[in-house]
Design a protein around this ligand. Sequence first.
Ligand code: TXA
Ligand code: MG
Length: 339
Amino acid sequence: MLQTDNLIPDFINKQITQAVMSLRSGNVVAFPTETVYGLGADISQPQAIQKIFEIKGRPSSHPLIVHFANLSELEFWAENIPATAWILAQHFWPGPLTLILTKSNHIPLSVTGGQETVGLRIPRHPIALKLLEQLGSCKALAAPSANRFGFVSPTIADHVKNAFNDKIEVILDGGPCEVGLESTIVSCIDKDVTILRPGGISVLSIENLLQQKVSVKSQNKIRTPGSLSSHYATATPLEICQSSESLFSRSFDLLQQGIRTAVITRSIHLIPMLNSNDKFHYILMPNDPVAFGKDLYATLRKLDDANFERILVEAPPDDLEWLAVADRLSRASYSFTSK
Ligand code: TXA
Ligand code: MG
């Protein structure tokens, strides 16, 4: 468990106390996690859960992740916990891992979209942990990412403010999220361990810990709306170019057609003759999956706000370490490439 007290300034501690009061009165509050910002509600208050779905514009059949603070409470929230789940929880919590387990009676069906399974996670951000600890023992927060349904998740408090300022009493500001992509969702329901959403913890580190291969399902039978292809979309159509050469030639094509284009690349350090201007903008992202993932959503949002007509992205390497980034980019590009 992280020691949260020394890490949080006094004025934030006051806001956390305010947030706890707001949660106890049945309101929704936004808070930072190490992955993305979440919209939290006390799971024991049905109207508060209802508010999450309303504010996000999310269908109430879509299950929410339940966040709690202490590993000792895992058996309070879940039943029939397999040994692999304990190993994963002990190693990666607090951290960007969500475990799908059989729910206990303490988890209302309104949180799980009517399913008998629940997504559980202990987040690592000190503000999230302090909020959960102050809420009390055997209390938990259902918290989806704090974005409107289908859009890019927020990684700074301003992203949340821009979307929901009028609808949420308290938005706790914990600065930019350390990971920047959502948690890795791992189903431990059957004997097999299955990754339902790649994320902040890599497949390789899970396999290394468990000393076994795990399967990765992008289109799974278990309902995970986050795995619908059009999720995480930008408003600007986003196109993936498979190589730096195709990125280069596509940029020229679009510019010749007069289409205002933004380009995200990892490897082309200079695009000769194409300087950034109001018709063309060029961003060199880190050629490292963790650093790329951390900046991805904020970069997509900036480009969306800058009113480009097209975003071109150089495809990430076909490599397990890049899986979470590749997953989010392919979902963001879907609405364009499917037309
Ligand atoms: O990093 C994260 O996980 C962030 C932060 C705020 O913790 N939360 C987040 O929540 O990404 P959300 O609601 O945006 O995405 C949760 C995903 C959805 O795709 C949902 O379908 C899946 O988790 N999920 C939740 N409960 C599930 C269950 N019982 N079975 C299968 N999938 C589940
Ligand atoms: Mg989400």
